[in-house]
Structure formats: structure tokens, C-alpha cells
Design a protein around this ligand. Structure first.
Ligand SMILES: *Cc1c(COP(=O)(O)O)cnc(C)c1O
Length: 477
């Protein structure tokens, strides 16, 4: 066992691992959605150090089954309705397996040409599939890249925005004045994190008020914030608008926000991490109005588009600006292809140097499902969420806490926060479903996000029945 695994040993062990995953998927619905163990349970079951002598893969699989799998939250479970979905799928896993097997480092075009070119083409496919503005297409001067996460996309957008706001001097001198980033009070926490990493600090992010009904960014409040900052000598660098906020899937009004950004020369990044996937369906592209103003845009195929984490699709309208901000070329990476200027070196489009062949899993997914398969998946999530929202609406003990344009429903009992928190705790304790919560205008609300590939009407109905019967117990009629 101490030898390297031979190709034949790999073949045998690999079949066993694939069998294990297939069995896991086939039995998912019978497992409790989330572990009820207390902290330390897994650590206590592990030995103090690695084995002295190598062990067969079967020994690891046995521990996976007995120790690890029972103590997970099962994100692919048909009763998983927490946070946002984090889809995976058979073709995604297989594409990722090929990527792992190839072990290619795609930092430069020259270090694996197909790794770069497949990614460029797939991001163009996706741009067309989502009907993004032409300016993001590589054939029209723009371009796409796969980042590990929407958080990284926001960080990269922030760095490019600072480079632009600093008159192209940011990469030499760093942050030389007071710069500011703007997002709504509902913007994702990664925007603040990006600002900290970029040297703006938390105070460098100005939360912009939202419309109390739609929870979307108020353009008037954005304008007022930008004007006040300019008057105070602060340079507005970037606005991050959101299509589908994390808390409630609110949609910021891009036409007005974009016009303000254009007027003041502020970089506009649009974060559609979860909701962007919906745009594979023509009838769900309403969030795109005004997107032609955006300098950059991203969404996560790893949330609702059947591609396993990590896969964030990020586009910029002006790759030259991005490359200028981030490129560093040490002697040992010099090569003729880079010097020719005819190739893309994606290391200049992201924070790390190294990169894996992530395009493979996306390619496997796009080819397995086809456009119609992707649309069916999204439409199923939207329809199931609508079905659940109808139940909530029809029961006068409950109320919807926000609009549900996609597959997230925010709702609550017409009762105090404590009762709602108790409702969530009791329903989750059944092990049949897993929901999470948020606050809408300060009040506690439950979130039911549909999108796991195995979820059907029966699972959504079961979630509703558990909620309704728990409400009976909490609020005796
Ligand atoms: C989930 C989410 C993010 C963060 O996504 P990662 O890819 O995990 O970084 C950012 N923005 C919004 C709106 C999100 O919903």
C-alpha cells in the first residue's frame, strides 16, 4: 500500500468511490437533513494522527459512511431549503473528476491552452444563454472568467474600480486617497470584506437605504450619498448593485443606478450570485433591465445551475483595465504566447496565480442538460416556490414577508419573533427539512429556498405540512 496507486488500483478504487456517491444520492431523502450532533463529535471519532502504514480506500470509505456522512448537513437533500441552494449534479462531479485527474495548472494560456480556451468559449456560451449585454462577450471586447466565488468576483471588481478611480495609479501606489464603495443595506457581506481587503476598511463602504416595500436600493439615496462624499473630498469608486439579494431576493433598479454611475464615472458591479441562473429562462430576465450600464457582472452556477462549488461566472466589459490592474509578470512565467498578445492569461483576471480546470464541470453540465434541461430545473424551482407561497398566502395565520420573484419564499407566522424562531427550530428538529431565517425590516422571517435537484412537490408539501402542524401547536386556535 505504500506505493503510488497504479492506474489499475485507481480504476478499482474509483469505481468503489463512484458507487458510494451514487448510493449516497439514492438514499439522501431517508437521511436526516442536518446533523444534530454537538461540536467535537467528529473530531472525537478521529485518531490522533495519520496511519503509519497506508490503508486501502475501502477503509476510508467505511469511515466516510459511519463517521462523516451522518454528521453533515446534506445540501443535496430534497428537504434542504436553507440559505440558497448549492447544487451539484452527476455531470458536474464527473467533469470535476476529469479536472482532478488531469491535474492541469491553468494559470497561463501556455500552461494548458485548452484550459483557457474552453473557459473563454463557455463564458461566451453562458453570456448568450443568459442574454447578457453584448459588451461582456469576448467577441465584442469584453470577456468572462470563472472565479472561485462571487466574493472573489466582488473583490476583483473592487480592485479594478480602485485602479480606475485612482487614474490608473492604484497598482503602483495603492489607495492614495479616501475612496468609497456603495451597496444597499441588503448587499452581501462579501462587499464589506472586499473593501477591507482592498484597504478601504469597513468605513469605506456606505450602506445605501432601500425602498421599504421592495427592499431594493433607493437611487435617490445613492445619489445623495455620492454627492455628499464628493463634497467631502471622498472619491466614489464602485457601486455594487444586487439582482436577488441574499436576504429576500430583492432586485436593485439597475436603470437608475446605472445612470447615476455613468453620470459620476463610478464603476458598477452587478452581483447576481444566486438569481443570475434564472436568466437561462427568457421569462426570468426581468433583473437584467439596465445591465448594459454594468462594468462587471457575476453569478454563481454553483448555487442554482447544477454545477458543484466552486464556480462563479464573472464578466467584465473592459478586460484591458482588469489586466492592467492585476498583471504581474515575473521572468519565470515569460513565454512567447503571452508576449504575442494573442492569448488570454487568466492569472491576470483573479487574485491567485494558480487555477484549476473548472470549465470542465461546466462543460459537462451544459452538454448533459442542454439549454432545455437547465430551463426545466430553474422553472421547477420557481414553480415549487410559488406552490409553497400559495399555501402560506391561503393560511391566515401566516404572511409572506417579501416578494418571491425567484425560488426563495420569506414568510412568518403573524406572531412575535420568538414564536417564529421556535417554529423554525421545531420544524428543523424533525430532520425532514432544513430552513433558515433572516430579518426583514427588523422582524424575524423564515426563508424557504427551493433548488435542490431532488426536490419535488411532495417535499415542498411536506415542508408546508410540518410548518402548519407546528403552527397548530404554537398557536392553539
Ligand atoms: C451567496 C451570495 C454571495 C456569495 O457567494 P459566494 O460565491 O459564496 O462568494 C454574494 N452575493 C450574493 C447576493 C449572494 O447571494
Amino acid at each position: 500500500m505504500a506505493e503510488h496507486m497504479t492506474p489499475d488500483e485507481f480504476r478499482r478504487a474509483g469505481y468503489a468511490v463512484v458507487d458510494w456517491i451514487a448510493d449516497y444520492w439514492a438514499t439522501l431523502g431517508q437521511r436526516p437533513v442536518a446533523s444534530q450532533d454537538s461540536p467535537g463529535a467528529v473530531a472525537a471519532g478521529l485518531p490522533a494522527g495519520p496511519p503509519e502504514h497506508g490503508e486501502p480506500v475501502e477503509a476510508v470509505l467505511a469511515d466516510l459512511e459511519s463517521l462523516i456522512a451522518p454528521r453533515l448537513t446534506h445540501w443535496q437533500h430534497p428537504g434542504f431549503f436553507g440559505y440558497f441552494p448549492a447544487n451539484t449534479s452527476g455531470p458536474s462531479v464527473l467533469g470535476d473528476l476529469v479536472s482532478a485527474g488531469l491535474g492541469v495548472q491553468g494559470m497561463l494560456w501556455a500552461t494548458g491552452p485548452a484550459c483557457t480556451e474552453l473557459e473563454t468559449v463557455l463564458l461566451d456560451w453562458l453570456a448568450d444563454l443568459l442574454e447578457l449585454p453584448k459588451r461582456f462577450h469576448s467577441g465584442s471586447g469584453g470577456g468572462g472568467v470563472i472565479q472561485d466565488s462571487a466574493s472573489s468576483a466582488t473583490l476583483v471588481a473592487t480592485l479594478v474600480a480602485l485602479h480606475r478611480a485612482g487614474g490608473g495609479r492604484w497598482r503602483e501606489v495603492g489607495v492614495d486617497r479616501r475612496y468609497r464603495a456603495y451597496t444597499s443595506t441588503q448587499g452581501h457581506s462579501s462587499i464589506e470584506k472586499a473593501a477591507r481587503i482592498a484597504g478601504l476598511g469597513t468605513d469605506g463602504v456606505r450602506p445605501v437605504e432601500v425602498d421599504p416595500d421592495t427592499l431594493a436600493m433607493s437611487p435617490a439615496a445613492l445619489r445623495a450619498a455620492i454627492e455628499a462624499d464628493r463634497a467631502a473630498g471622498v472619491v466614489p469608486a464602485i457601486v455594487v448593485a444586487t439582482v436577488g439579494t441574499t436576504s429576500t431576493t430583492a432586485i436593485d433598479p439597475l436603470p437608475q443606478i446605472g445612470a447615476i454611475c455613468a453620470e459620476y464615472g463610478v464603476f458598477l458591479h452587478v452581483d447576481a450570485a444566486y438569481a443570475g441562473a434564472a436568466a437561462v429562462c427568457p421569462e426570468l430576465r426581468f433583473g437584467h433591465a439596465g445591465l448594459e450600464y454594468a462594468d462587471s457582472y457575476c453569478f454563481d452556477p454553483h448555487k442554482w445551475l447544477l454545477t458543484g462549488f466552486d464556480c462563479d461566472a464573472f464578466w467584465v466589459a473592459d478586460p484591458a483595465e482588469l489586466i492592467e490592474a492585476l498583471t504581474v509578470l515575473p521572468e519565470y512565467l515569460r513565454n512567447a504566447a503571452t508576449e504575442s498578445g494573442a492569448v488570454i492569461d487568466y492569472r491576470d483576471w483573479q487574485v491567485p496565480l494558480g487555477r484549476r480546470f473548472r470549465a470542465l464541470k461546466l462543460w459537462f453540465v451544459l452538454r448533459w442538460y442542454g439549454v432545455e434541461g437547465l430551463r426545466a430545473h430553474i422553472r421547477s424551482g420557481v414553480a415549487l416556490a410559488g406552490r409553497f407561497a400559495d399555501r402560506v398566502h391561503a393560511d391566515d395565520r401566516f404572511e409572506l414577508a417579501a416578494a418571491h420573484p425567484y425560488s426563495l419564499v420569506c414568510f412568518r407566522l403573524r406572531a412575535d419573533d420568538e414564536t417564529n424562531a421556535e417554529l423554525l427550530a421545531r420544524v428543523n428538529a424533525t430532520g425532514r427539512v432544513h430552513l433558515t431565517h433572516t430579518r426583514v425590516a427588523g422582524r424575524y422571517a423564515l426563508r424557504l429556498a427551493v433548488g435542490s435537484p431532488q426536490t419535488t412537490e411532495a417535499h415542498v408539501d411536506e415542508a408546508w405540512q410540518l410548518l402548519a402542524s407546528t403552527a397548530d401547536a404554537l398557536l392553539p386556535r
